[in-house]
Design a protein around this ligand. Structure first.
Ligand SMILES: *Cc1c(COP(=O)(O)O)cnc(C)c1O
Length: 396
């Protein structure tokens, strides 16, 4: 059992805010500022460069990687932190393509996050070997896993609609066709139960600043299945070398997941992540999932009853959704600004999606009720129809 009143007390949330955007940027764990301050003052401040050894900075990417591994069903020594998710997508894809030299197709879907597709496009251009990125509708992925596919690269939970792919079934199908799989867990890790081992995923990647609450710019993670531990790392940086401090001019990859490290890791950001992961240690993912479904079902029912002009953009079946709910409206942007100005924070994704994340660690059923009341008031009285709510900021 997970005590959600206790976990809520571990986060700082500003007074008067109902935060439905933990799927984009998780809030601050109350323990994070002290942990970051310790890293700055006691470690960086007092130990200076010796902290790489004395404070264990050098091992942090592997140590925290193992803690994330426990949330996604990965065995020890198969997950490492570092860089941004875009970079980790590139690394996984480059290694996977090299393992399937005779095949030229990367299969993905139109619901994938653009950066994943952009990284594939950039890699294809750099390789210059005639690879093709084939992007199909999410519901057509299974029908397009053909014998020419080298890699099936998907984000498990669609960032716009919350649509959830069947990781185990699609992976099995990809393997039967001789393809490898890369799963992006950006909207899965810390949101829903994930088991990369049971699903037999070949590679998985994800970020830590969404549901895992590491803060803006927190490092990404990469998982490589134990069977593929000897893949060639495409980004052969010195910290992925077998012996970084031998300063050997020739690259030799490190053992196992260590070879997926690239350069110097973001220590202060990892200190924040460490504080966030302490919360996850006491949490049962099945309880999180049950509560997330309860909150999102209540939200959908109330919004549909009170706001008939909002159209559900997420799957109606809760088992086919991640931990977010999206609605469409032609004035979605202005409606979201009106919500935010009243303390209900979600976000907007072009062209017309209002996105609401459900994060049981710090969100209560009362929050959900209150958020829907504020939304219905906005919709009933067209309170969104004001010029200041239509001005687009850089980040939506
Ligand atoms: C959030 C997200 C990203 C972000 O990538 P960064 O390199 O961390 O900016 C990438 N892919 C998916 C699927 C995402 O949801």
């Amino acid at each position: 059992m997970t005590d959600f009143a206790a976990t809520r007390a571990l986060f700082h949330l500003p007074e008067g805010v109902i935060y439905l955007d933990g799927n984009s940027l998780g809030p601050v764990p109350k323990a994070a500022p002290a942990r970051v301050t310790q890293a700055v003052q006691a470690e960086w401040g007092e130990m200076l460069i010796t902290a790489w050894n004395k404070a264990g900075w050098m091992e942090m990417p592997a140590r925290l990687g193992d803690r994330i591994g426990r949330l996604i069903g990965a065995p020890e020594g198969t997950v490492v932190l570092g860089d941004t998710l875009s970079i980790k997508v590139y690394q996984a894809l480059a290694s996977a393509l090299e393992m399937r030299p005779g095949r030229k197709v990367i299969l993905s879907d139109s619901g994938n996050f653009p950066t994943d597709l952009y990284m594939a496009q950039g890699l294809i251009a750099s390789l210059g070997q005639g690879h093709e990125l084939r992007t199909v509708a999410p519901e057509d992925v299974a029908a397009n896993i053909t014998e020419d596919v080298a890699v099936l690269m998907l984000t498990e939970v669609d960032y716009r609609t919350g649509r959830l792919h069947d990781m185990a079934a699609l992976t099995a199908q990809a393997h039967a066709a001789g393809a490898l799989t890369i799963w992006d867990l950006a909207h899965s890790a810390g949101a829903i139960p994930v088991d990369v081992t049971a699903a037999r995923a070949d590679f998985a990647v994800g970020c830590t600043y969404k549901y895992l609450n590491s803060g803006p710019g927190g490092p990404a993670f990469i998982y490589v299945a134990p069977d593929h531990a000897d893949v060639r790392p495409a980004l052969s940086g010195w910290l992925g070398h077998e012996a970084p401090f031998a300063f050997d001019p020739a690259y030799r990859p490190g053992t196992g997941i260590a070879r997926m490290r690239v350069g110097t890791p973001p220590v202060l950001q990892m200190a924040a992540l460490e504080a966030a992961l302490d919360i996850w240690d006491g949490v049962d993912m099945a309880a999180i999932r049950a509560r997330s479904i309860e909150l999102s079902e209540a939200f959908i029912a109330r919004v549909e009853a009170a706001c008939p002009t909002l159209t559900l953009a997420s799957p109606r079946d809760a088992t086919r959704r991640g931990s977010q709910v999206s609605f469409r409206h032609p004035h979605g942007y202005a409606i979201m600004q009106a919500l935010i100005s009243r303390g209900v924070i979600g976000d907007f994704r072009a062209p017309d999606i209002l996105r609401f994340g459900f994060t049981p660690l710090y969100l209560t059923p009362e929050d959900v009720t209150q958020a829907t009341e504020i939304l219905s008031e906005i919709m009933e009285n067209d309170l969104w129809d004001r010029p200041e709510y239509k001005h687009r900021a850089a980040v939506t």
